[in-house]
Design a protein around this ligand. Structure first.
Ligand code: BG6
Length: 485
């Protein structure tokens, strides 16, 4: 049995869901400059570089030298309008309430609160918007779960400071955190600092132009400090606050029992995931990263007191996304497969989604066990789901049995982790509960929702919401606390 107060819900992010990009005094964010797949097409195609570093799909190692973000009238930017939660929030939250949601994960758009990131005073209209959203949630007994930073940052900070490469960005972020912690005290209890901290790369998510290893680790250090300070501050402002990290848990398997494959898997896992969770859960840099930095002559500039800050800012829980697993091999001729954020080698035992993401429900139970064993902190599955194309029947119905079966299989494994393995699981919020723009490709046709939104890849559509078959299915799952699947 799941806990009585298990947080069933769904997840979204402002830059993919909210729209209204120039309304209510909002400033430009790096995410506003992402066109419909044009940046992603320039991606590199190998999955490990010479230092066993994963080559990432999110973000933009691909930004040309000297790149300046310019909005081009001839281009289409899907996030500008997204699915217009900005104007549909009442209708949307009502639909979530109809499914019986206990919580709703969403992110705050930093530039709605601080348009450039450096202002003395926050933008009242932006603050008032989220007040209305939270009030609407609370009216239905839906607990908001808020990601403070989900794949965006003020464009101004990126252009002027080179984003997270600058130490000053920490202060700007803390200012933003203080404002929202104070304003939403009593309304929001569950927070997460940085979405998929281990997948942040390059320009759009880190705000850094011309990335290299040295700059990457420096920017990530600043993010660790910002997150730790935010956790401390959040606890000071309201002791009821529960502040988590957010990790992309891409499960990796060694291809064979050849010790070389096994060793390689451990090395990759550390770089890909555990470094980030180790720092945020344990409060210090693990020895394997310190050695790696030393061996590669990467020098992180720290300020006095940084080590203490990391110790004081350990997270309360681990929020994580789980979409797929992948295979690690020492062979150079392995077939590649896609997946959340990175390319890995293909697993012959698994089916793949239309977008070539391996489908591995058992991997969710394995992930829960690994994270619980390693950290002994409450876990929260804050993203999971199947991106698929939906077809509307003549009568308007959408029979998304493929989505139901993906989610059902994952919930079955999640139950085993709780009932058989004793993992401490707080909740489950499948991704894109209402259809939204894809982070990886900018597409609308890659849909995750229980609720269909009439909008296509070119921005045509009425934005009308309709219920898919999975809507009624999930409603029953929640009603029965996961007993009826
Ligand atoms: C996670 C992100 O990486 O996966 C989301 O936190 C993203 O922002 C989700 O949308 C699914 O990825 P995609 O590329 O299918 O949108």
């Amino acid at each position: 049995m799941f806990k009585k107060d298990f947080l069933w819900g769904g997840a979204t992010a402002a830059n993919q869901f909210e729209g209204g990009y120039q309304e209510g005094g909002r400033g430009l964010a790096t995410s506003d400059t992402k066109t419909n797949g044009s940046l992603t097409r320039k991606r590199k195609h190998s999955f490990l570089d010479e230092h066993n570093q994963i080559v990432y799909l999110h973000g933009s190692d691909y930004i040309p030298k000297g790149y300046k973000a310019v909005l081009d009238d001839a281009m289409y930017y899907p996030s500008h309008r997204a699915v217009d939660f900005y104007h549909h929030y009442k209708e949307d939250i009502q639909l979530l309430a109809e499914m019986g949601f206990k919580c709703f994960r969403m992110s705050i758009s930093w530039t709605r609160i601080y348009p450039k990131g450096i202002e003395e005073q926050p933008n009242e209209e932006g603050l008032a918007f989220y007040d209305q959203v939270f009030d609407e949630c609370l009216k239905y007994g839906i607990e908001p779960v808020v990601t403070i930073n989900h794949f965006d940052m003020p464009l101004y900070l990126s252009e002027q400071y080179d984003g997270w490469l600058s130490r000053s960005t920490i202060d700007c972020f803390l200012n933003y955190c203080r404002t929202i912690f104070e304003r939403y005290k009593g309304k929001v209890k569950y927070w997460m600092t940085f979405n998929e901290i281990n997948l942040l790369r390059g320009y759009d998510t880190l705000g850094v132009h011309e990335m290299d290893q040295q700059k990457y680790y420096q920017a990530i250090h600043h993010i660790f400090i910002a997150s730790a300070k935010a956790v401390k501050l959040g606890h000071e402002i309201d002791e009821n606050n529960q502040i988590g990290m957010m990790l992309a848990h891409i499960l990796t398997y060694p291809e064979t029992c050849n010790p070389c494959d096994v060793e390689q898997e451990i090395l990759v896992s550390r770089n890909l995931k555990y470094f980030f969770a180790d720092v945020q859960c344990r409060g210090y840099y693990p020895s394997y990263i310190l050695k790696k930095l030393e061996n590669q002559s990467i020098h992180i500039k720290k300020e006095e007191g940084d080590d203490e800050i990391l110790k004081q800012g350990c997270v309360d829980y681990i929020g994580f996304s789980y979409y797929n697993s992948g295979v690690i091999t020492t062979r150079s001729d392995a077939k590649e497969t896609l997946g959340n954020g990175i390319k890995l080698a293909q697993n012959p035992y698994l089916q793949e989604s239309e977008w070539k993401w391996p489908i591995d429900p058992k991997g969710l139970r394995i992930s829960l066990n690994i994270l619980w064993d390693r950290y002994q902190k409450p876990l929260f599955i804050v993203e999971n789901g199947l991106g698929a194309e939906d077809h509307i029947e003549a009568d308007g119905s959408i029979h998304d049995d493929y989505r139901i079966s993906y989610l059902r299989d994952h919930i079955i494994e999640m139950k085993k982790a709780v009932e058989i393995d004793g993992v401490d699981l707080m909740g489950y919020t499948p991704w894109g509960c209402i259809d939204l723009v894809s982070a990886g490709t900018g597409e609308m046709k890659k849909r995750y929702g229980f609720v269909y939104v009439d909008m296509d890849d070119e921005g045509n559509g009425s934005l009308t919401r309709s219920r898919k078959d999975s809507f009624d299915w999930y409603k029953k799952v929640i009603e029965s606390n996961g007993e009826i699947l």
